[in-house]
Design a protein around this ligand. Structure first.
Ligand code: SF4
Length: 712
């Protein structure tokens, strides 16, 4: 009988990076459980981690390149696929210029070591300004605020959940997400532990969420009004002379500017726009200031609204002005073993925001990318610089970017499209060629990004569980091959030699990770030692590191950056107008379903089965107005589209607000996906207007979208 073996790895589906314990015989998985010895996740697992096996066994998962022909999809050789893709890149760039070839990277790319390390190599070789990713429908505002204050887009302060006495959560539902821009597996237990040690958990959200159920206090707020709540809480801090910068005061400037900015936003004056009584805001500020340690965590709902960057900036300022920055129990920076931040210190020109602008609408670039809300227009608007070819890496922008219907049309209009994906989905169905990479269990994994955002310093490397078949290619092999074919003939061999020296071809990702670990901040740490540890290594709690860790050129913090100053007038003007659009009297917010992750994983039957979960939550009073019963269907209409969806009536949402989960709405006509057909749901993103953006960053507005509803 085949021996039963145990494999340990980190789950790569979401930011929580849980340790998994997989029992298997041959290539048969017997069980997937949480790894109790993982130093970060300590045994936590969610259904998506268990479902990794479904992706591995899925018969619909592609393993060889597909070419679209009049007769349908045809399997072709990798050589033919690479030849055709690179011939078309060269043809289109020669005819229309470098910018005519664009790339889009979806959310799974950041959870994939091969794509993280090698897609940039390939993207850079295209020399196109048209680079896009899911960042600008998500955490762009968080990263921009970090860049403006601390000098690097990934220097995002992380709440020290395991030592804090008070956590204020705004626009986030970590009990479902297990943290975002805050890797915190087992977060429900960590929040309960705060309460056990006498601390407080406070949640501010338009909806009474899974996190609210655990919190000591839930405060309902109107969507997109977080900016005014934070301004008023800061006003209260200054009014009561409770401002303190703590040990960062010697290199932090502009406290008087903040005091001046917030002076008109009293808890009373913002009560109407936030929907929060003045005394509640006052008490909230007082509780936060008087807690021994406290951290304010602002996330997705706060980032994806019209004042996303301003709100994220204010969240940082609130932590700083209350003396909770760079302090145990407050918010701190990580010290990752493989440090992707420190190398940027050597770069002479560190300007990453607004280096260039999009051809249409003039939206600013950030970290070499443009906001995706302009992508469909850039494809469909004729003229110099028009995008003619798109290469999508592990993304489904038809479901995950604003105005999905328009994106669908835009993809259909391309001269040529390539999708690096192992599924035919709503976006990849438009591709001329699909290049499928190996799946999670068929490759090594190191979490390049999320050790940098974790609440505890740990390190873990996951080896391949099941060797891929000969006909499969890894992400690294795909990107390196595409890159190599794009090099001019003469220098090709020279560069290949250089790459080999850098271990890229010879040892693959392992060489790079090993180098990074050996030259990182922890002595005696190399890849071998990390692999031998199996469960990962605990590198200790976060530590104060200011000002040494700052990447600002002067190593000083300037509290009021120019970009924020320029947006003050807009914040003021919306505050003064504060009017509702009578054509669209309700506001739409998203929500995350615990068994889905954006639009991924819908091929797993275990994640889709059961009662329909793509439902619109509406308040009991709104249901009465519209004469609705549970499961009745309504239409939801925005400026861009109308969808039809069943309702669930609840008092766990503010009146006037409607909540629909994102990532649903699979259309199966041209697709192979079959398991999820009965539970397809609707695509909320067709309701999002691509013209509504956070004006500083260009991030799409996905929270607080004006809509109206009608009974079907
Ligand atoms: S919480 Fe995230 S990382 Fe953990 S098992 Fe679930 S999907 Fe994987």
């Amino acid at each position: 009988m085949t021996e039963t073996k145990t494999h340990y790895r980190a789950c790569n589906v979401c930011e929580a990076t849980c340790g998994l314990e997989i029992k298997y015989q041959g290539n048969k998985i017997l069980s997937i459980k949480g790894d109790k010895k993982d130093p970060l996740s300590k045994g936590h697992i969610c259904p998506k981690g268990v479902a990794l096996q479904d992706v591995y066994y899925d018969k619909e998962r592609l393993k060889q390149p597909q070419k679209k022909t009049k007769e349908g999809w045809q399997t072709i050789s990798w050589k033919q696929a690479f030849d055709e893709v690179t011939d078309n890149i060269k043809r289109i760039q020669k005819q229309h210029g470098k910018d005519a070839v664009a790339t889009y990277s979806g959310n799974p790319g950041v959870h994939n070591m091969g794509a993280m390390l090698f897609m940039p190599l390939f993207s850079r070789t295209l020399k196109s300004k048209n680079r896009y990713s899911a960042t600008s429908v998500d955490q762009l505002a968080d990263q921009l605020a970090a860049q403006l204050l601390y000098g690097h887009q990934l220097l995002v302060p992380v709440p020290d959940l395991d030592r804090t006495d008070c956590v204020l959560i705004i626009g986030a539902n970590p009990v479902v997400s297990n943290g975002s821009m805050m890797t915190a597996p087992k977060v429900a237990q960590r929040l309960k532990d705060i309460q056990k040690r006498g601390g407080q958990v406070i949640n501010v959200d338009p909806r009474f969420t899974e996190t609210s159920k655990l919190a000591d206090q839930h405060i309902y707020i109107n969507p997109a009004a977080d900016v005014y709540l934070l301004l008023a809480m800061l006003n209260e801090v200054f009014k009561n002379n409770r401002e303190t910068l703590g040990h960062v005061k010697d290199f932090t400037h502009g406290l008087a500017d903040i005091k001046e900015l917030v002076k008109d936003y009293t808890p009373k004056s913002v009560a109407k726009i936030t929907g929060i009584k003045a005394e509640v805001t006052q008490q909230l500020a007082l509780d936060f200031c008087t807690a021994k340690t406290a951290c304010c965590y602002t996330r997705f709902g706060a980032s994806t609204q019209k004042f996303g960057t301003f709100t994220q900036w204010l969240g940082n300022i609130f932590n700083m002005v209350t003396g909770n920055f760079d302090k145990a129990g407050g918010v701190m920076f990580t010290k990752p073993a493989f440090d992707i931040i420190e190398p940027a210190r050597k770069q002479k020109n560190r300007k990453t925001f607004g280096k260039y602008h999009s051809r249409l609408k003039g939206l600013p670039s950030f970290a070499g990318e443009l906001p995706v809300s302009v992508l469909a227009d850039e494809i469909m608007t004729q003229g110099e610089g028009q995008i003619k070819m798109l290469i999508i890496n592990s993304g489904n922008p038809v479901l995950s970017t604003p105005n999905g219907n328009k994106m669908d049309k835009a993809l259909a209009s391309l001269d040529y499209m390539v999708s690096i994906d192992f599924y035919i989905n709503e976006s990849s169905r438009h591709a001329n060629i699909i290049l499928p990479p190996t799946s999670s269990l068929e490759r090594d994994h190191y979490n390049v990004a999320f050790h940098t955002l974790a609440i505890q310093n740990t390190v873990k490397y996951s080896e391949t569980l099941f060797a891929p078949s000969k006909e499969q290619r890894s992400d690294r092999e795909i990107f390196v091959e595409l890159w190599a074919r794009m090099q001019p003939k003469g220098i090709k061999s020279q560069i290949k030699t250089w790459l080999t020296k850098r271990h890229i071809n010879k040892k693959g990702e392992r060489g790079i990770i090993d180098d990074g670990l050996k030259h990182g901040p922890y002595k005696n740490l190399g890849l071998e030692k990390v692999i031998q540890s199996k469960h990962g290594i605990d590198l200790g709690a976060l530590q104060p590191c200011m000002p040494e860790r700052l990447l600002n050129k002067d190593q000083q913090i300037h509290l009021l950056p120019e970009e924020i100053k320029a947006d003050i007038a807009r914040v003021k003007s919306v505050f003064k107008q504060n009017h509702q659009d009578s054509a669209y009297p309700m506001q739409l917010i998203g929500r995350r379903d615990p068994r889905t992750n954006n639009s991924w994983m819908h091929n797993s039957y275990r994640l889709i089965k059961g009662k329909a979960r793509c439902l619109a939550l509406i308040n009991t009073a709104d249901a009465e107005i519209h004469k609705l019963q549970n499961a009745d269907e309504i239409t939801v209409t925005s400026a861009t589209a109308t969808i039809t969806i069943p309702v669930k009536i609840t008092d766990d949402i503010k009146q006037g607000i409607i909540s629909i989960p994102h990532g649903w709405g699979h259309t199966f006509a041209d697709m192979k996906i079959s398991t999820a057909q009965a539970n397809a749901g609707v695509n909320i993103n067709i309701l999002m207007d691509e013209n509504q953006i956070d004006e500083i960053s260009g991030n799409a507005v996905l929270s607080g979208v004006p809509v109206r509803i009608e009974k079907v």
